[in-house]
Ligand binder design. Structure first.
Ligand SMILES: *Cc1c(COP(=O)(O)O)cnc(C)c1O
Length: 762
């Protein structure tokens, strides 16, 4: 808004009684104290009836620096000595007078848009089509009421060349007032919604009432559906033939026809018109459509709840949900309680599957909605934004998707291959190989897994907190002596690999007066990582037999190269060594412990060495080096992002840090919000790595940044926000790992925590 009115001019216009003085002049107006941005030059209209606490608004506005007010006589407002007050009968009428006066300052065409549906859509369409050739003023949002039209007109300025003003009415007689304010040169009638028609007994009367807006127009454009009224409407108008566009349902042909005729009138060429109509946005901008929880689609239209907008939204919902369940949610405000019957009637005429009025203080029952298209409409003052947000699926551009069903499949596959008595210990160390320990472990527990392995004590604590109860065993493979207290407190089971450690843990138990605590013994059978030497076994057993504080729950070792047949001789030696250790303890200890040595790969290669359980890691997540096995497993980890920006890079320009990439041709590139801080390593720079967009390989151009990459999309027809696959169908985990010169384990555990994990279960 860029007004320039003196206080004197306003006083005369409003026929106001002026209290106080000021030297400011007026550049813009407010009527809602929550929306104040710039106090200087602002005139605040304290509208009556708009808020129960109008005077509170005045005080609030004053606190924010506003010094010019229009208030109702006898408002009871407190006058401040450094402010100026215009006292009038009705502040809204004063605002309308200002708008009427303002509109008269301009001679460029003013086009009024009315109709019972489609006003905002049409206004946005026309803006889309002509804004490169005309300087357009248009009503903000769907401002079309007595107040909205006044505010829209105040947006007019000297640099514009055409104005589009929406006009809507809710009571008889209102159109006359709007016509007076707008004084349109041209008129556009969008449509007269069928559903709406049924709700007005005298629909011709209603139409004629709207027609008042056009009584002084030079020309009004009406859709072909009103051809039958031709002889009964006064004034100059043109009936517009329908126009079909494949992107719109046939119900839009009337409005599209009006648009086409109007563009012709503005002297656009036919070809140009067709192109522009072809590129129209298909949704009214005001209506937001997004993915909700539980597979819902949400149409959020909580901006207002007039019948026009409601029927438009209901039409839209029906289009979005030809074969889905339709749910309508209405947030009626107390002030509008009297409209309930009419709203109900209108909604009923659309036959939705469910229909909820949400009383003040109550919440939308999102948890009961599934796989439906949910339309949420509410009065502005219900402030439904939060309510809607609760139903919204959290969307982050870059996500790691974990398919729990695939994990379940892989576990079942192993169970089917192993002897029945062999248990599975699920390795969920390093946050379940990067896929999120608490979610994955809980899911496995639900599916009958009772043994879990983690690397460090804190990972075990996390699992207990996530609900892995003490009926499940959690082995800590790499316990830190400082964490003994934590281990005992959360009933975790330490893997003991040295005499010092054994001594320290027993001491901790003595201090707490605990006996019979389960521990695991780890032996080094040739890998030369952690573990007692095989020759330590007698001494270990002697200590344990003399210390009632501990009992052996497990004895294990780890293979260095289970998956490689070349080293099978070495592996067999490891297995034989382990076998002799197990035999020794079986013969000399009274504890009944679980023995285990095999990991994912080893368990299928050496099934005769499964002992009591296998420790399942990478294969559980669906990855293996073994070609035959690969066909039986399902990958569980996917990595997706979407395009942040697209740009053209002319031949000869450089891309990214260090100017390391020169465009040898004109390129189109996309920026993707994923970088080395997420695990997309810097070594993938300049063509070493790629992503897939619409199934097409797009190589990285320039260097990988911390949070972003640029990729060449010259051969893809892509738009902003289009999905990007980093790991998925086209670029499987092992292929991506190879590009980084590493293995799936490292890729998975390198996926940064800051990316959202999304869990899917089919
Ligand atoms: C990680 C780990 C496993 C699991 O190995 P995978 O190759 O992922 O199956 C098994 N045992 C120990 C001791 C481990 O640290």
């Amino acid at each position: 808004m860029r007004l320039n009115y003196s206080l004197e001019a306003c006083a005369a216009l409003f026929e106001a009684e002026v209290i106080g003085s000021s030297s400011e002049s007026i550049t813009h107006v407010y009527f809602d104290s929550r929306k104040i941005q710039q106090a200087k030059g602002a005139l605040f209209f304290a509208l009556t009836g708009h808020s129960r606490s109008g005077n509170e608004f005045i005080e609030d506005a004053y606190r924010q620096g506003i010094r010019l007010f229009v208030i109702a006589k006898n408002s009871g407002a407190k006058f401040q000595s450094d402010a100026l007050y215009f006292q009038v009968e009705d502040p809204l009428i004063a605002l309308q007078k200002l708008a009427t006066h303002h509109r008269k300052q301009f001679t460029y065409p003013v086009v009024a848009i009315t109709g019972s549906v489609g006003k905002t859509t049409f206004k946005e369409w026309i803006f889309h089509c002509i804004s490169d050739k005309f300087k357009v003023v248009r009503s903000p949002k769907s401002f079309n009421s007595q107040l909205g039209v006044a505010l829209s007109l105040l947006e007019m300025h000297e640099h514009a060349s055409i104005a589009f003003i929406e006009a809507g009415i809710s009571k008889p007689g209102e159109m006359n007032l709007l016509q007076n304010m707008i004084q349109p040169d041209y008129g556009i009638f969008t449509a007269f919604g069928k559903a709406h028609r049924e709700n007005f007994a005298h629909n011709e009367e209603h139409l004629l009432e709207k027609w008042v807006l056009f009584r002084e127009c030079r020309l009004a454009f009406i859709p072909h559906t009103f051809a039958d009224l031709e002889n009964r409407l006064p004034g100059n108008f043109q009936v517009c033939p329908p126009y079909e566009n494949h992107r719109f349902p046939s119900g839009y042909s009337g409005m599209l026809g009006v648009l086409k005729t109007f563009l012709t009138f503005l002297q656009f060429e036919l070809k140009e018109i067709e192109e522009r109509i072809d590129s129209l946005p298909t949704l009214a901008l005001r209506m937001e459509v997004f993915e909700g929880i539980n597979g819902n689609t949400i149409i959020n239209d909580t901006y207002n709840l007039d019948l026009d907008a409601l029927s438009e939204a209901l039409i839209h919902q029906r289009q979005l949900a030809p074969d889905k369940k339709r749910i309508v949610v209405i947030g009626l405000s107390e002030k509008h309680a009297h409209e309930r019957l009419e709203i109900e009637k209108l909604i009923a005429s659309f036959n939705p599957d469910e229909f909820h009025f949400i009383p003040e203080g109550k919440s939308i029952p999102w948890e009961n909605f599934h796989n439906s298209v949910v339309l949420v409409k509410a009065h502005r003052d219900r402030a439904f934004e939060y309510e809607v947000a609760r139903g919204k699926a959290l969307k982050h551009r870059t996500i790691v998707e974990v398919n729990l069903s695939a994990i379940k499949h892989n576990v079942s596959f192993y169970q089917s291959r192993l002897p029945k008595e062999v248990k599975i210990l699920a390795m969920v160390k390093a946050s379940s190989y990067g896929s999120g320990a608490d979610k994955v472990a809980s899911f496995l527990q639900q599916n009958g897994i009772r043994n879990f392995g983690v690397a460090f004590a804190d990972e075990g604590v996390e699992l207990r907190k996530a609900g892995i109860g003490i009926s499940s065993s959690i082995v800590v493979m790499n316990p830190d002596p400082e964490h003994s207290d934590l281990i005992i407190e959360y009933r975790l089971e330490p893997a003991i690999y040295s005499f010092e450690q054994l001594d320290e843990f027993i001491t901790a138990l003595i201090h707490r007066n605990i006996s019979g605590y389960p521990i695991h013994l780890k032996f080094d059978t040739g890998m030369h990582r952690l573990g007692f030497a095989p020759g330590d076994k007698e001494r270990v057993l002697a200590i344990i037999n003399s210390q009632p504080e501990v009992q052996i729950q497990g004895i294990y070792s780890h293979l260095a190269d289970a998956d490689n047949p070349i080293h099978s001789e070495f592996t067999k030696k490891q297995l034989a060594t382990f076998d002799s250790i197990v035999s020794y303890f079986r013969a000399n200890s009274s504890d009944s412990f679980l023995a285990h040595i095999l990991n994912s790969e080893g368990s299928l290669r050496y099934p005769e060495y499964c002992y009591d359980l296998i420790r399942l890691g990478i294969s559980m997540y669906g990855y293996t080096e073994n070609k035959e096995l690969k066909a039986s497993l399902q990958p569980s980890v996917y990595w997706y992002s979407s395009i942040s920006q697209i740009k053209a890079v002319p031949k000869g320009d450089f891309i990214g840090y260090g100017c390391s990439y020169e465009a040898l041709d004109d390129l189109t590139i996309a920026v993707i919000p994923v970088g080395y801080a997420d695990g997309f390593r810097r070594s993938l720079s300049n063509g070493a790595g790629s992503v897939f967009i619409h199934g097409i390989k797009c190589p990285v151009v320039g260097r990988v940044c911390m949070d972003m990459i640029m990729v060449d999309i010259s051969s893809v027809n892509a738009k902003i926000n289009d999905p990007v696959e980093i790991i998925g169908q086209n670029q499987p985990m092992d292929v991506f790992a190879k590009a980084m010169d590493t293995i799936p384990y490292e890729v998975m555990t390198g996926l940064s925590k800051r990316m959202h994990r999304v869990y899917v279960e089919e």
